[in-house]
Ligand binder design. Sequence first.
Ligand code: G3P
Length: 234
Amino acid sequence: MGKIGTQPGAEAKHKEVDIGFMSIFIDSANINEAKTALGLGWVQGITTNPLLLAQADMEPSAFFTELRKFCDGPIFYQLTSNTFESSIAEAHRVLELLEKQLVVKLPPTELGFKLCSELSSRIPCCPTAIYSPAQALVARESGAQYLAVYVNRATRLMGDGLKLVEDIAAVLEESQTQLLAASLKSTDEATLAFSAGAHHLTLPYSTVKEMSNHPLSDEAIKQFNESGRGLDQT
Ligand code: G3P
């Protein structure tokens, strides 16, 4: 069969990590950013890609080993091999490393969707850089658990990334495939992507840090702190 779970021990090691109805992930391969974001309590996991890993100051395997010391949620890793056989072998290697936390990202190509069909019954798969509802339908039919839509890039390159999210959310209705909005550059873009139908968001570190803040909240809290009273004040 060639299914990944037919490798000795592979199926036993991979049990899908339970995630909530909606999850926010950090999009980073920086270990300090990852630690801070995952320590906030509401960031559920991490997405990486080959470019982020290339910019990191650690080898990918060292990064993932360190990451697993404090991350117990989904960890997205994108396969970089160019053939079916070498991609399956790469998936096995990363499964050994990440076990049940692994989500395999795949390019939206004939090879990528074929790999998705092959792997998705054993490992959650996420075709990435999806730019059309047609690709989303193929991802759905390939058994993808997620697909990643590059929202800001789509706005820059095609005109309206949020409309793309809406259109793709429509073709994913009543399927097992969940829309992960990626390439989000601001808190507004993140929340609008969610309102447009994204099930999950992955945010760069800077946006993660901005999400919980508002200057008017700071002002209100300053006033409470300066003039208020609670159990600890006499
Ligand atoms: O995982 C990368 C994806 O979020 C794309 O982001 O900033 O390269 O458009 P960006």
